[in-house]
Design a protein around this ligand. Structure first.
Ligand SMILES: [Zn+2]
Length: 254
């Protein structure tokens, strides 16, 4: 069986325990000295998300947590490549986890946060996030590049939500409304938040003075909406576990 995560935008999630699987925001329980730097440019990596060992994502030992990171400059440092050192899949055993959110190193961009509130049965496909028996690769995958590890989960860099969409006063983000034409994409209307937002860099996924909030929200004609939360180059990230060493790794492909 394949299961896809059901997300709730972090700012709408109450009753947080720290044990939630999630993407974006701040890591919970990561020892600060385990926050990875990019092996190419030396900058601290951006936190992508975390998953706790469960029947859905078995990390080989109960209580283990998987933390995912990538270099903020993915195109320059080749963060899609599992061997580049520009991404990281950090496994922390339960005894080593902290009991609080981990402060981000100075200058780190905080990605929009989506909390996993449940898992639903899905068909496997290339461009969706899911856990299950095996990955779904895209058209560019070369068969002889199949990794030797045990598949855990695949992720896309986007959080999808069902209608109704929130309004900019709730998110503080700029909302992009698409409508019209065969694919509902012909017209684009921008809706600004009531107060000017700050965000990382010239363009980025997250707000800088309200970390974990999206900078932009895309709203479709039917009210479904989405938020970009990681840069996998428009492709999918594949996370694997090496049970012999207790290490995890990932790469992304289109
Ligand atoms: Zn880098």
């Amino acid at each position: 069986m394949f299961f896809k995560p059901v997300f709730k935008l972090g700012l709408f999630h109450n009753g947080r325990t720290g044990r939630e699987d999630k993407l974006g925001g701040l890591p919970f329980g990561l020892p600060p000295d385990r926050w990875p730097a990019c092996a190419v440019c030396g900058r601290p990596q951006n936190y992508i998300g975390q998953f706790h060992s469960s029947d859905i994502a078995d990390l080989g030992r109960q209580g283990r947590v998987l933390f995912l990171f990538q270099c903020p400059d993915g195109p320059m440092c080749e963060s899609w490549d599992r061997y580049s050192g520009a991404n990281a899949a950090v496994i922390v055993d339960e005894a080593d986890t902290a009991h609080w959110p981990t402060a981000a190193p100075t200058g780190v961009e905080i990605e929009p946060e989506g909390i996993v509130t449940g898992w639903e049965v899905t068909e496997p496909a290339f461009c969706i996030s899911y856990a299950g028996p095996g990955p779904s690769y895209g058209a560019n995958h070369e068969g002889d590049n199949d990794p030797e590890g045990r598949f855990l989960i695949q992720l896309v860099g986007q959080l999808d939500f069902k209608a109704p969409a929130p309004d900019p006063a709730q998110t503080g983000a700029e909302h992009l409304h698409y409508s019209g034409g065969q694919y509902g994409m012909d017209n684009l209307r921008f809706e600004k938040p009531p107060r000017e937002r700050r965000h990382y860099g010239d363009w980025s996924r997250g707000q800088s003075d309200l970390p974990g909030r999206p900078s932009q929200v895309v709203v479709l004609e039917n009210g479904d909406w989405c938020v970009e939360c990681a840069n996998f180059g428009g492709g999918t990230a594949y996370v694997f576990m090496d049970d012999a060493t207790g290490q995890a790794f990932y790469f992304s492909e289109r």
